[in-house]
Design a protein around this ligand. Structure first.
Ligand SMILES: NC(=O)c1ccc[n+]([C@@H]2O[C@H](COP(=O)([O-])OP(=O)(O)OC[C@H]3O[C@@H](n4cnc5c(N)ncnc54)[C@H](O)[C@@H]3O)[C@@H](O)[C@H]2O)c1
Length: 294
């Protein structure tokens, strides 16, 4: 990306999209943030405002930079506002059908030079690109959670992604202050190909009564120096997101060892999606709740 003020569109204002929009605004871009759910958009707008004020109060951002970032960020429920965006980063629900429909709609709407990037955790970039007439301009830009804090972006080239588009997205990631790793387009890419089977295995350990959730997490924190235990991390990521990724790995790699643990499936069926719902493997609500397996 050059030095002029480019416009970045972010679609999906959940935990990832709101963080990506905040990061892009702080990095000096004009940002449009969209969500199909007006409540989610409202929560994102308030959350980003609060996060920027916190950065200013901690002295990590000047008052002027905080105000500028807020002024450059606009929330919209109308995708028409993305007509002039240079790069669109999609961070909606982890569903291939829903993402493909969005990519097809965007392809018809945005300017011919625009790049369509997906923050998908596992879905094939090549297949998302096939829903558009611009497969050379479709790429994976996988941020880690939370995007303003985590130092990595995993860039995924689809089968037809051009070298020029790869270079532009790499430069954009570096302007966000991130380190880039590059993955070919296989299920789960690098990080989730390795992380999700570990999380799934932690669910199996809990499901089969190997240990309590606390001991599984403490074991991995103190025994392998992970900052969070795998079950805590699953709650942080969202159990629905973890389950979707396991299904993509299972289907895409065709090996039963990637089959989602029944306990993970049951928690998602019960709406226990993790921190964002106040309950997952652990409860984040004040009142005590009955755990399926403790
Ligand atoms: N949660 C993580 O740790 C993590 C990390 C890296 C990547 N991802 C990926 O990022 C994406 C978003 O994950 P998240 O955790 O932010 O989910 P989330 O549930 O917090 O947010 C998703 C948002 O997308 C919106 N949405 C759904 N369909 C839409 C549509 N058609 N148009 C516009 N908005 C729509 C929803 O209203 C919701 O606000 C997924 O692809 C996920 O795999 C998640």
């Amino acid at each position: 990306m050059g030095e002029t003020r480019e416009t970045i569109g972010v679609i999906g204002s959940g935990q990832m999209g709101s963080g990506i929009a905040q990061l892009a605004a702080i990095s000096g871009f004009d940002v449009w943030l969209h969500d199909s759910d007006s409540g989610a958009l409202q929560r994102a707008s308030e959350g980003i405002g609060a996060a920027l004020r916190k950065l200013v109060s901690k002295g990590k951002l000047s008052e002027l930079a905080g105000t500028d970032a807020l002024n450059r960020l606009r929330c919209t429920s109308d995708l028409e506002d993305f007509r002039h965006a240079d790069v669109i980063i999609e961070a909606i629900i982890e569903s291939e059908d829903v993402k493909k429909k969005l990519f097809s709609d965007l392809d018809k709407l945005v300017k011919p030079s625009a790049i369509l990037a997906s923050n998908t955790s596992s879905i094939s970039i090549t297949r998302l690109a096939s829903a558009t007439r611009r497969p050379a301009q479709v790429i994976g830009m996988h941020f880690m959670n939370p995007p303003p804090v985590m130092k990595l972006i995993e860039i995924v080239r689809g089968a037809d992604t051009s070298e020029a588009v790869f270079s532009k997205i790499k430069a954009l990631a570096e302007r966000f202050g991130k380190t880039v790793i590059c993955s070919n387009d296989y299920p789960g890419f690098i990080v989730n190909r390795i992380l999700m089977p570990m999380i799934n295995e932690a669910f199996h350990a809990l499901y089969t009564g190997v240990a309590t959730k606390e001991d599984i997490d403490t074991g991995m924190k103190l025994g392998t120096n992970h900052p969070m235990g795998p079950l805590e991390l699953a709650d942080f990521i969202g159990l629905d997101v973890c389950l979707s990724i396991m299904k993509v790995l299972h289907h895409g790699l065709g090996d039963s060892r990637y089959s989602p643990c029944p306990l993970l499936v049951q928690y998602v069926d019960a709406g226990r999606l993790g921190r964002k719902k106040g309950i997952g493997v652990y409860s984040y609500k004040k009142e005590p709740v009955k755990m399926l397996i403790s």
